[in-house]
Design a protein around this ligand. Structure first.
Ligand code: HEC
Ligand code: HEC
Ligand code: HEC
Ligand code: HEC
Ligand code: HEC
Length: 183
């Protein structure tokens, strides 16, 4: 008894400590700045459909491009992928590089050099995720990434923890057995 009680106390505190560390960890990884992109690519200007502002304050009409014009594989593979430089070149080789961000872009395009985008979203290696299945089932990008047509800078609006995935699967009668997402 004299030994078990302190042990139980340590165990309880241990669990508390883990929970707190867990929260702190989530909070940190959720709030921490994500690192600058090599070019500040504005989603709102390209994917939105109203009016927007460039980095130098010029007002321009937004282009209303479909996501799949740039994220070429989102409907047909696990990964959405970021666009190859040629997709940007198609338009930007004919546009004046009037802002400093467009000038940065121009250097990559002139050198035919791939832009080293920093990846923002991740799931751990032990998790299987596939875009294709979700897009085919009609799950909108917004459910997991927020409304990308209004943002300048990509951030994580959801932390992809297990509860987030499983609760949507439950609500939609999608598979919930462990090996669906862990194989
Ligand atoms: C369908 C044509 C089109 C495509 C494709 C396109 N853009 Fe643009 N982009 C534009 C237009 C139009 C503007 C507004 C430019 C202006 O009015 O000076 C713009 C603006 C920009 C700006 C300036 C933002 C600012 O606020 O300074 C950047 C940076 C940019 N695009 C990067 C990219 C990158 C990177 C890609 C490829 C992933 C890309 N664009 C693909 C047409 C396009
Ligand atoms: C059901 C949730 C969900 C939906 C819906 C979804 N995504 Fe994702 N997305 C994720 C997850 C989870 C990751 C991280 C995947 C990884 O690390 O492999 C991700 C990563 C990405 C990435 C970067 C990595 C990659 O796969 O190339 C892009 C780009 C992306 N998503 C675009 C989109 C677009 C565009 C749509 C809609 C056409 C969309 N996503 C719909 C959950 C989703
Ligand atoms: C003109 C090309 C273009 C269009 C259109 C576009 N994107 Fe992107 N997207 C990019 C580029 C370039 C990046 C990488 C740079 C960045 O993260 O800002 C990116 C990054 C992302 C990421 C983060 C990927 C990561 O690293 O985890 C998501 C999510 C995403 N886009 C979703 C969307 C959705 C949803 C739409 C449609 C509403 C869309 N995009 C339309 C070019 C585009
Ligand atoms: C907004 C709702 C939603 C969210 C969030 C969501 N899913 Fe799904 N998922 C679905 C639906 C609906 C299906 C069923 C697709 C079908 O019937 O083909 C599905 C199917 C799947 C499948 C394919 C199942 C199979 O049998 O092949 C996998 C794997 C999967 N999801 C993993 C994930 C992971 C991992 C996450 C979290 C990062 C996630 N999902 C988040 C709605 C969601
Ligand atoms: C719909 C997808 C999905 C299903 C179904 C699912 N998981 Fe997970 N699981 C995840 C994701 C996503 C993560 C990563 C969580 C993170 O990174 O925070 C995860 C993480 C885990 C971890 C690592 C610990 C953690 O929380 O990060 C374990 C253990 C685990 N899952 C076990 C299970 C078991 C057991 C089942 C069946 C009862 C199951 N999972 C069903 C998506 C799923």
């Amino acid at each position: 008894m004299r030994i078990i009680f302190p042990l139980a106390l340590v165990a309880v505190f241990g669990i508390f400590a883990l929970v707190i560390v867990g929260f702190a960890y989530n909070w940190v990884s959720f709030e921490k700045p994500l690192g600058e992109q090599p070019v500040a690519f504005p989603h709102d200007i390209h994917a939105g459909s109203g009016l927007g502002y460039l980095s130098d304050g010029t007002q321009v009409g937004q282009l209303n491009l479909p996501c799949v014009q740039c994220h070429l594989y989102v409907e047909k593979s696990r990964f959405a992928t970021v666009p190859p430089m040629q997709v940007c070149k198609n338009c930007h080789q004919n546009l004046p590089a009037r802002t400093s961000e467009q000038q940065k872009l121009k250097v990559y395009l002139d050198n035919n050099e791939a832009i080293p985008w920093v990846k923002i979203h991740n799931v751990p290696k032990h998790v299987y995720f596939s875009h294709k299945r979700h897009i085919k089932a009609g799950v909108p990008c917004e459910s997991c990434h927020g409304d990308m047509t209004v943002v300048k800078t990509v951030t994580r609006v959801r932390s992809f923890e297990m509860g987030f995935c499983v609760s949507c699967h439950r609500a939609n009668n999608a598979p919930q057995d462990c090996w669906t997402c862990h194989h």
